[in-house]
Design a protein around this ligand. Sequence first.
Ligand SMILES: *[C@@H]1O[C@H](CO)[C@@H](O)[C@H](O)[C@H]1NC(C)=O
Ligand SMILES: *[C@@H]1O[C@H](CO)[C@@H](O)[C@H](O)[C@H]1NC(C)=O
Ligand SMILES: *[C@@H]1O[C@H](CO)[C@@H](O)[C@H](O)[C@H]1NC(C)=O
Ligand SMILES: *[C@@H]1O[C@H](CO)[C@@H](O)[C@H](O)[C@H]1NC(C)=O
Ligand SMILES: *[C@@H]1O[C@H](CO)[C@@H](O)[C@H](O)[C@H]1NC(C)=O
Ligand SMILES: *[C@@H]1O[C@H](CO)[C@@H](O)[C@H](O)[C@H]1NC(C)=O
Ligand SMILES: *[C@@H]1O[C@H](CO)[C@@H](O)[C@H](O)[C@H]1NC(C)=O
Ligand SMILES: *[C@@H]1O[C@H](CO)[C@@H](O)[C@H](O)[C@H]1NC(C)=O
Ligand SMILES: *[C@@H]1O[C@H](CO)[C@@H](O)[C@H](O)[C@H]1NC(C)=O
Ligand SMILES: *[C@@H]1O[C@H](CO)[C@@H](O)[C@H](O)[C@H]1NC(C)=O
Ligand SMILES: *[C@@H]1O[C@H](CO)[C@@H](O)[C@H](O)[C@H]1NC(C)=O
Ligand SMILES: *[C@@H]1O[C@H](CO)[C@@H](O)[C@H](O)[C@H]1NC(C)=O
Length: 804
Amino acid sequence: MSCLLLFFYVFVMIKSPHAATKIKGREAESLLKWKESFDNQSKALLSSWIGNNPCSSWEGITCDDDSKSINKVNLTNIGLKGTLQSLNFSSLPKIRTLVLRNNFLYGIVPHHIGEMSSLKTLDLSINNLFGSIPLSIGNLINLDTINLSENNISGPLPFTIGNLTKLNILYLYSNDLTGQIPPFIDNLINLHTLYLSYNNLSEPIPFTIGNMTKLIRLSLFSNSFTKNIPTEINRLTDLKALDLYDNNFVGHLPHNICVGGKLEKFSAALNQFTGLVPESLKNCSSLKRLRLEQNQLTGNITNSFGVYPNLDYMELSDNNLYGQISPNWGKCKNLTSLKISNNNLTGSIPPELGRATNLHELNLSSNHLTGKIPKELENLSLLIKLSLSNNHLSGEVPEQIESLHELTALELAANNFSGFIPEKLGMLSRLLKLNLSQNKFEGNIPVEFGQLNVIENLDLSGNSMNGTIPAMLGQLNHLETLNLSHNNLSGTIPSSFVDMLSLTTVDVSYNQLEGPTPNITAFGRAPIEALTNNKGLCGNISGLEPCSISGGKFHNHKTNKIWVLVLSLTLGPLLLALIVYGISYFFCRTSSTEEYKPAQEFQIENLFEIWSFDGKMVYENIIEATEDFDNKHLIGVGGHASVYKAELPSGQVVAVKKLHLLQNEEMSNMKAFTNEIHALTEIRHRNIVKLYGFCLHRLHSFLVYEFLEKGSVDIILKDNEQAAEFDWNKRVNIIKDIANALCYLHHDCSPPIVHRDISSKNVILDLEYVAHVSDFGTSKFLNPNSSNMTSFAGTFGYAAPDKG
Ligand SMILES: *[C@@H]1O[C@H](CO)[C@@H](O)[C@H](O)[C@H]1NC(C)=O
Ligand SMILES: *[C@@H]1O[C@H](CO)[C@@H](O)[C@H](O)[C@H]1NC(C)=O
Ligand SMILES: *[C@@H]1O[C@H](CO)[C@@H](O)[C@H](O)[C@H]1NC(C)=O
Ligand SMILES: *[C@@H]1O[C@H](CO)[C@@H](O)[C@H](O)[C@H]1NC(C)=O
Ligand SMILES: *[C@@H]1O[C@H](CO)[C@@H](O)[C@H](O)[C@H]1NC(C)=O
Ligand SMILES: *[C@@H]1O[C@H](CO)[C@@H](O)[C@H](O)[C@H]1NC(C)=O
Ligand SMILES: *[C@@H]1O[C@H](CO)[C@@H](O)[C@H](O)[C@H]1NC(C)=O
Ligand SMILES: *[C@@H]1O[C@H](CO)[C@@H](O)[C@H](O)[C@H]1NC(C)=O
Ligand SMILES: *[C@@H]1O[C@H](CO)[C@@H](O)[C@H](O)[C@H]1NC(C)=O
Ligand SMILES: *[C@@H]1O[C@H](CO)[C@@H](O)[C@H](O)[C@H]1NC(C)=O
Ligand SMILES: *[C@@H]1O[C@H](CO)[C@@H](O)[C@H](O)[C@H]1NC(C)=O
Ligand SMILES: *[C@@H]1O[C@H](CO)[C@@H](O)[C@H](O)[C@H]1NC(C)=O
């Protein structure tokens, strides 16, 4: 025994160090040669790569304990710029893991990558690699994970991929792949995850997909696939997620898609599917998300759906479905979104729907629904958006609607509602949009509407409202669009309207109004059609009679005179900042103008929703719009970034903040940083600059914000002419705006956000001098239970649904 041990010991002593040194030497040599190929900056990132022992403390290098040879290279997120060309893969014979994710690598994936015969994990995701996938990948028969997503890789899937029978995970999304899914894909018998979304793949899906019975996640969205889904897909009984969104599929949906009882996410939206909703969905209690919108599905859906305890998101809009709304939806306790607009539904809204108490959005607009709004909907206390427009609903709007105190949008237009508008609607203090147009409402406009203090869009047109316009409406200083046309309103337009500083569009035509029009731009710029057919409106507007001197006087209500005392004309940016910060707490207690703001412009939001998933589409638009960040589009330069103005092909103008090279610390904590940015894109507040999205993994890193015309307060204060125009009222309002923003960030966000860098530089004004706080570069998410900063890992309130 001891003899044997001794022999072994001697063998190890003599044999092993010698061989190990040799391998180590070769490995070191080839890594150093690769390092040599980088630019100076990237070389500096690998400053620990010196000497001839990569196992000592070389960044990103891990070695086997026994053989002392490299088994892992992991250089995630370090900012490397260079190619893979000069890395001699064959001198890394024991490497099992190669992770070069999220760098700035470019060039092709070299043929000799096929020399790492022990490789199990290959992750080159989030780089700028191009060219096609080399055939030699078929030699890496030990691979279980390939991740080449988020590059610029083109060409077809190589046939050699069929050799990779141990593969579990294949991530190729967000590239430029073309051609078909090859029929021999079913050689990958162990594949459980296949992500091919965001490419240019086409042709029908091969029927052999049905042989890949271990598949759990199959993601094909945003490609150009055509024809029918092969019925063999019904054999994939382990599927949890199937995403066919945004292709050119036709024919029927797979009927047995949930026959295995495991399906959680199914999206077939935005295709040309016809036929019925799959039968197997009825008993699919595992379902969490279902998106079938924008197809041509038909059939009577009254009994097509069951009870889904886990269902969160459900959308069937824009199809040809008919039948009734099932009371079963009320039993889906986790449901947050139910959207079945623009179909042919009939019958009434079942009172049972009031039991789905997690609902945030209910959209049943553009159907043929009849009957009343059931008062039971009062229990939907989390509802943010309720759209019932364009149906045949009737009766009075139940007073109980006041319980929906989270509502930001209430759309009841184009129905047969009658009676008085409930005064209690004025209690819905978060409403941004209220549309009661094209109904049969009568009586006065409730004075309580003056309490809708964040409302931006109010439409009461096409009813039978009478009496005078309440002066209280003048308090709605966030109102942007007001339509009171086609009613029977009389008297004068209240002089308090001059305080509606946000108002841009107004229509009061077809009433019995008389007297002067308020001296604000909304009326000044209004087309005459928006003012005509009244009893006698007058004013300095072409098409109207000028007002007689006696009748034409109305004075400007000076608001908040106290604040004028607080400020002085010489107030510098710093003082402004200090005061703002100091009073924010006060305002938090006295105002309640914080809110979540839903997407205002669907197309833009949608564009960026897609983008935040990918980045590529909009990235290219931004590069184009700024002519590759040409100085002529530059509108500001700061310590960490330069800001450009970019007009996208859609006509939308955005501000693009291009970050100077990210510092090492930031790079090392990329995940926290991206989470943070993600969170900020979810914030919707009138006084916070909207962050549409970001791009952090390309040649350029940038953030894309809403563009605001007036620019930052410090610039305005520096310019004598602009500073003079920037009068007291405006300054006071700006302080209130900033206070609102801070108050929202501190109190209404969970976890709270502390900005920590409020100054006149990052308070930006729009044309109406409404202030928007910007730049959360230094803000952190504060854990309420500790004094430490923590990174963010959740969502703010109600976040827009992700794809699939
Ligand atoms: C890179 O560094 C080397 C040595 O420090 C220097 O000679 C060379 O000029 C640098 N190249 C660039 C492009 O800065
Ligand atoms: C690679 O490194 C990153 C960051 O250092 C780490 O998060 C990741 O888990 C590592 N991956 C592997 C496969 O070791
Ligand atoms: C790569 O390394 C192998 C083994 O160390 C060696 O035989 C080969 O010559 C090297 N290739 C190049 C191009 O340096
Ligand atoms: C592959 O990369 C993507 C990002 O490009 C990442 O989200 C995903 O987790 C990675 N998957 C694996 C299995 O490494
Ligand atoms: C991706 O590749 C295409 C050509 O295949 C090229 O036109 C485009 O500029 C590349 N995009 C990036 C971001 O490298
Ligand atoms: C598949 O792997 C075998 C070795 O197992 C190899 O001989 C063959 O060339 C590979 N085929 C392809 C197409 O890569
Ligand atoms: C794949 O499935 C088809 C039927 O769908 C069957 O004929 C074929 O034999 C299967 N191939 C393998 C390798 O299992
Ligand atoms: C419903 O949602 C909650 C919280 O989001 C989650 O914990 C729960 O598992 C979900 N499913 C059911 C059946 O309640
Ligand atoms: C609703 O049904 C009618 C016929 O009953 C049809 O003409 C119409 O196109 C359908 N609308 C939708 C949205 O399916
Ligand atoms: C739809 O099906 C339900 C239940 O079977 C039935 O009561 C209803 O009349 C059907 N609706 C239409 C429009 O066919
Ligand atoms: C307004 O209409 C209501 C109900 O239609 C009616 O009772 C009231 O007298 C009208 N008021 C005026 C001032 O015309
Ligand atoms: C309207 O307001 C502008 C400035 O806001 C003022 O210059 C003008 O004199 C006012 N017109 C009338 C008729 O009061």
